[in-house]
Design a protein around this ligand. Structure first.
Ligand SMILES: Cc1ncc(COP(=O)(O)O)c(C=O)c1O
Length: 425
């Protein structure tokens, strides 16, 4: 029976992959920087090779600069961005412990779900999608709930909004809580100051403003948070030096057990998972590109290109979504004009121009488009191409937009940024 099933599915005519060239202007994944793709094709080394440890050490060093932290425990979790979220939560939270989740979009909901799956005692505060939390609202909930962990999303990709975090770390610590933030969509495109803002754990992904592929998730963990995780530290029996290293109360995941991951990345290099060598090369090159440009310069580049994209949108006569003073630099929300078929417009953009943009989720599904200006796509020609293509498709769909005026408005942003740059140098 099984043999027949295989025979019914001939495989000999499958051709090599030949994906289309796209301009990925959705809020992730973005086009992978060609230098990162080149780095991924370098020779494989074994997991105990000194070269591997050297590369891991350099990734840690560069990530500390990018996270703006001195945290020793700064590394990557192998998996997409949510792998680092799961690792953080399952390693900090023991079943029954109180967690406060700040939820104003799809990714706040994801934090809630992950905390629930850790069997935490989950408390949620909410804002309507498209809003951010005043710090006082979070503090009031901390006083009421007395959480072990306060979970926030810095940039909720679903709403394009960027949650202000400055000052929140001190508030959490004053009340005995740890502060977590999901910076998957915001980091590198917006300022994130892990040490200065007192963030205990921050996680992100490679596939957005890092300009890398999906599949590896940078994380940083403060000494304070690590001490909490290490209360349940247990070494896998097959690699433990003694029975004393095996605890009774263990973190409920082997793969996402951060104290074991720390030992793997730390001086002990105690074997855990088999490090994803070529993804590590990707993280190395993506981080190297960022630190060589300078993290603050990269953030500024995202800000300018995000401003140019939003100027193009407004200039052509479309409406921007949300309070622009809280918008992420790198994700622009566009209100879909009345009567326009969201899916048809995005399909025409993809088929005619090979440009991808996204809609949103939940209450915003079909009501806004989200345009990502991320990583190596935070550049003038990508912004202008996307704006021109969107304008053209809308014109062909009978929407009264002035594409030329939109492009001029974007160009004016670049001209003023260049003037400012010239004056400063
Ligand atoms: C803010 C945020 N958090 C988490 C995720 C989940 O990331 P991944 O799909 O890489 O697991 C995403 C994905 O877009 C995101 O934007």
């Amino acid at each position: 029976m099984a043999e027949k099933a295989y025979a019914d599915q001939p495989t000999s005519d499958i051709e090599p992959l030949n994906p289309p060239h796209r301009l990925l202007m959705a809020p992730g994944p973005t086009n992978v920087d060609p230098r990162v793709l080149t780095a991924m094709s370098k020779p494989t080394v074994g997991q105990f090779d000194p070269y591997m440890f050297k590369a891991m050490g350099e990734v840690q060093k560069m990530l500390r600069t990018i996270f703006k932290t001195g945290n020793e425990r700064t590394m990557v979790v192998d998996g997409t961005s949510r792998s680092a979220i799961e690792a953080a939560f399952v390693s900090v939270i023991a079943p029954g412990e109180p967690v406060l989740v700040c939820c104003a979009g799809r990714f706040g909901m994801l934090l809630k779900e992950i905390a629930e799956r850790c069997d935490a005692d989950v408390h949620v505060i909410e804002r309507p999608w498209g809003e951010v939390f005043p710090i006082e609202q979070i503090e009031q909930a901390i006083v009421e709930v007395k959480p072990k962990l306060v979970a926030t999303v810095q940039g909720d990709t679903s709403t394009t909004m960027c949650q202000p975090l400055e000052g929140l770390g001190d508030i959490c610590h004053k009340h005995g809580a740890l502060l977590y933030t999901d910076a998957t969509a915001s980091m590198v495109g917006n300022d994130l100051r892990v040490d200065e803002w007192g963030i205990d754990i921050a996680t992100t992904g490679l596939q957005k403003c890092f300009g890398g592929p999906s599949g590896m998730a940078p994380i940083t963990v403060s000494d304070r948070a690590a001490a909490v995780m290490e209360e349940r530290k247990s070494i896998e029996a097959g690699v433990a030096d003694s029975a004393q290293e095996i605890a009774v109360k263990r973190i409920r995941s082997n793969y996402f057990d951060l104290p074991q991951v720390f030992d793997y990345w730390g001086p002990r290099h105690l074997n855990h998972h088999t490090e994803a060598t070529h993804m590590l090369y990707a993280a190395h090159e993506a981080a190297r590109i960022i630190v060589s440009e300078g993290i603050d310069n990269v953030i500024e580049r995202h800000r300018i290109n995000g401003a140019a994209m939003s100027a193009a949108i407004e200039g052509m006569g479309l409406k921007l979504y949300g309070n622009q003073s809280h918008r992420m630099n790198d994700v622009i929300g566009v209100v879909i004009p009345e009567g326009v078929d969201d899916a048809a417009v995005r399909a025409q953009l993809l088929n005619d121009f090979s440009v991808e943009i996204a809609s949103s989720f939940g209450p915003l599904k079909g009501t806004i488009w989200r345009i990502g200006v991320m990583g190596c796509n935070a550049r003038k020609d990508a912004v202008l191409t996307c704006a021109a293509a969107l304008g053209n498709v809308l014109e062909r769909n009978g929407v009264a937009v002035d594409t030329g005026r939109g492009i001029d408005a974007a160009l004016a942003i670049y001209e003023s940024a260049e003037r400012k740059d010239n004056q400063e140098n």
